[in-house]
Design a protein around this ligand. Structure first.
Ligand code: GDP
Ligand code: MG
Length: 170
């Protein structure tokens, strides 16, 4: 089976847009498998970069609850755990336009605690402007997961460098 790359992040950071962009680099991102989950479906998209074939799986966004701090809704948590449990690598997506958010650090802590061996590639999405993107991305060094890669899921910019880094770990 092809290695699975799970894409995680807060809601609305652009995970689905980025998955569509990355999968679009191979046979229009043919859907290779559909898994009907407990309450949500996971769709696996085929992708290829530098001759490395893999599958992308989008996960539900993490959901913030005012009273509880960061939580996954139980069904989303279950989906994310299944996707992460079978993953060979994970892309953490953050929002470069919105800037640093403590929930991003919570997500990284969750990954480190529950999936300590999973290589993390950090995508700083919504970095359309090349001038702004370097500084937008730099603040995410503080997450402690290595180089923050500025990308735009909408425009496709930066995805080559992100993918170079990602497939290195596959
Ligand atoms: P998800 O909830 O993480 O899957 O996020 P979506 O892919 O659904 O995108 C959430 C919102 O962000 C949508 O309005 C997208 O159009 C927007 N968005 C996604 N990627 C980009 C990007 O690269 N640049 C900008 N400016 N907006 C984006
Ligand atoms: Mg989505």
């Amino acid at each position: 089976a092809l290695p699975v790359v799970a894409v995680v992040g807060r809601p609305n950071v652009g995970k689905s847009t980025l998955v569509n962009r990355l999968a679009g680099t191979f046979r229009a991102g043919a859907i290779v498998d559909n898994v009907v989950g407990i309450t949500r479906d996971r769709t696996y998209r085929s992708a290829e970069w530098s001759g490395v074939h893999y599958q992308l799986v989008d996960t539900g966004g993490l959901v913030f609850d005012d009273s509880e701090g960061l939580i996954f809704l139980p069904e989303i948590r279950a989906q994310a755990r299944v996707a992460l449990g079978e993953a060979a690598a994970v892309v953490v997506v953050v929002d470069g336009m919105a800037g640093w958010n403590p929930l991003d650090a919570d997500i990284v802590r969750f990954l480190r605690a529950e999936f300590p061996l999973l290589p993390i590639t950090l995508a700083v999405n919504k970095c359309e402007s090349e001038k702004a993107s370097a500084s937008q991305a730099a603040e995410f060094w503080s997450l402690g997961v290595g180089e923050p890669w500025p990308v735009s899921g909408i425009h496709g910019s930066g995805t080559g460098d992100l993918l170079d880094s990602l497939v290195e770990g596959l």
